[in-house]
Design a binder for this molecule. Sequence first.
Ligand SMILES: [Zn+2]
Length: 76
Amino acid sequence: MYNRKKIQEDIPEVITKIWSCASEDCNGWMRANFSFDQTPTCVLCQSPMISGERMLPLIVNLNDSVKLSAVVNTAE
Ligand SMILES: [Zn+2]
């Protein structure tokens, strides 16, 4: 039995590096964790993206997901 009590609600938000679409008309953005070495292209409109910051739940990068699942697995 997995005990997933309120994990989502307890996650604090932190300022996270992101890429955001340079187009004013587009809301496209992505977390910068995965591709900071080169400027990505917006998946929605193919515009270049610019680096920025956004308040996001802390959970997000792959390492944290792995940790979280490890916690869940050992909480039985
Ligand atoms: Zn875009």
